[in-house]
Write a protein that binds this ligand. Structure first.
Ligand code: BG6
Length: 508
């Protein structure tokens, strides 16, 4: 397969590349992710002519489905969760490359059956032995699936086979280390694509461009000018029908250790020398290794909480413990906030506040860089004080960047007020950014690991949150888990975390 050496940020200016013919094998084919994200993303790439005609998909799951039934299910998924099928002829052509194989993840015979089907498809469709194995199964099945793929000899060729692993990668430091060992026994790190869909988001990659393709921000990007940084990922949805998974994950494992940590890394890391997979990932690892919770006393450095009953846009919403299949005495957090410090020259003493929660008033993800106050106040302000400058990177929705600064108010007096300069991604480029899974699946098929997490990086991220996990994982009194009403911005404890420092959470 093609190995990518180019700078991914420059690729847009070069000719668009097309992957070699291959088979994408999806374990967990009857699950939500396959019909909602993965197959629609591949179809979308096909619509955009980014794939060779030989590309084939094999869905693997336990249920006894036929090829045709799988095709119907995928068609429904595309119709429901993306822009639709479009030209029937295109769908017919795509559907011919869809196959299904019923197999048990822990039964080696299933893998042998799958391998035989893949060889047949190679002959029929010219996919030349190239395979991407995508593990879209519950995380507890990762070790079994990886070992069995190894045992069956299906991922032994590093030039022809790749492995995509969904998050969370492990449950804590020791299980992520064990999982990395399982991976190392079965294949080479060059073949491994640990996926975090936040890295596929256009505006997350834009953070790299903002920082490293502009001369004006980098000189200010340090402890001398920045007071603190807030990273918020708020969701309006509750646990939906995912209690089975969520009860064993919670907000720290589901969101903070991966998605928020990635946003943190790209904000805090040093510029890489070149923009290739290893240089970028080396810088990410370095910054995580310098990061720790702000205080040994967890009460001062982190907060966990659960949503209680409340109202979402005026409609009554149940509390987490009343959701279907959730333990009524569950202590699993649906909200976490943490305060990090980074021990290096750039960031010493600058707090990074990270928070994420379900059932918040708004769906919004943003990174807010709050600059220091001016050293001396010379002007009267409409507010009591001159507000410090804030640079807000809006990851979603309304993707863009806003800079808040002071301007003179019209009139005879010299008074200032905060105003905003706003760049809207959609408006500036006249197109919507591509879906995160489109981008990441294509990168994987092209052999570009830049936007995927490396083994040592995941372990380093677990290490940062280990002090919290080791306490929160031990049995706790459900009455002591702070609650926040559905439709509110989190518990009072979370306000205290930041108010104690004389600062406030933003209300995005
Ligand atoms: C997933 C989490 O990784 O990210 C979900 O498992 C969460 O719980 C989702 O809802 C959020 O992603 P996005 O792209 O909607 O912000």
């Amino acid at each position: 397969m093609v190995q990518l050496l180019e700078n991914p940020l420059r690729v847009g200016l070069q000719q668009e590349r097309t992957p070699e013919p291959l088979i994408l094998v999806i374990f967990g084919a009857s699950g939500d992710l396959t019909a909602r994200k993965l197959v629609p993303a591949i179809y979308h790439l096909k619509q955009r002519r980014r794939l060779p005609p030989e590309i084939s998909i094999v869905g693997v799951a336990r249920r006894e489905w036929s090829h045709d039934y799988f095709r119907e299910q995928m068609r429904e998924g595309i119709e429901k969760f993306s822009d639709g099928i479009g030209a029937e002829a295109l769908w017919d052509d795509f559907a011919k490359g869809l196959y299904y194989c019923a197999a048990d993840i822990d039964d080696i015979n299933g893998y042998k059956k799958l391998d035989a089907l893949l060889t047949e498809i190679d002959k029929e469709r010219g996919t030349r032995g190239n395979r991407v194995f995508y593990l879209a199964v519950a995380p507890k099945f990762f070790p079994e699936a990886i070992s069995k793929l190894g045992e069956a000899g299906m991922i032994k060729d590093p030039n022809k086979t790749r492995l995509v692993i969904e998050k969370p990668f492990g449950r804590d430091l020791s299980s992520s280390q064990e999982l990395n060992q399982v991976v190392q026994r079965a294949c080479d790190e060059r073949q491994v694509y640990r996926i975090d869909h936040y890295l596929g988001k256009e505006t997350v990659q834009n953070l790299l461009v903002l920082r490293f393709a502009n001369a004006i921000f980098e000189p200010l990007w340090n402890r001398q000018f920045i007071d603190h940084i807030q990273i918020t990922v708020a969701e309006t949805v509750g646990v939906e029908d995912r209690a089975g998974y969520y009860e064993s994950a919670g907000a720290l494992r589901d969101m903070l250790q991966n998605h928020l940590m990635q946003l943190f890394c790209l904000t805090a890391m040093e510029p890489p020398n070149v923009m290739d997979a290893d240089s970028l990932r080396n810088e990410k690892v370095k910054v995580i290794q310098a990061t720790h919770l702000s205080d040994r006393d967890l009460n001062l450095s982190c907060v966990r909480a659960q949503y209680g009953a409340g109202f979402m846009r005026g409609i009554a919403a149940p509390g987490y413990r009343q959701e279907p299949n959730v333990n009524p005495l569950s202590t699993v957090p649906t909200y976490v906030a943490m305060k990090f410090f980074v021990d290096n020259w750039r960031w010493q003493g600058v707090p990074f506040y990270l928070r994420t929660g379900k059932r918040m008033p708004k769906k919004v993800s943003e990174i807010a860089i709050q600059f220091r106050n001016v050293p001396l106040t010379l002007f009267q302000s409409a507010a009591k004080q001159v507000s410090p400058n804030v640079l807000v990177l809006r990851i979603q929705p309304n993707e863009g960047i806003a800079l808040k600064f002071e301007a003179k108010m019209p009139g005879t007096e010299l008074r200032s007020r905060s105003v905003e300069m706003d760049f809207g991604y959609g408006k500036a480029f006249g197109v919507e950014g591509s879906d995160a899974y489109d981008r990441l699946l294509l990168d994987c098929m092209l052999g570009d690991q830049t936007l995927f997490t490396r083994g040592d990086e995941v372990e380093a991220a677990w290490k940062v949150v280990t002090p919290a996990l080791s306490v929160w994982d031990s049995p706790s009194d459900p009455n002591l888990i702070p609650q926040y009403g559905a439709g509110t911005w989190g518990p009072i404890e979370s306000d205290l975390l930041i108010n104690r420092d004389g600062r406030q959470w933003r209300r995005p």
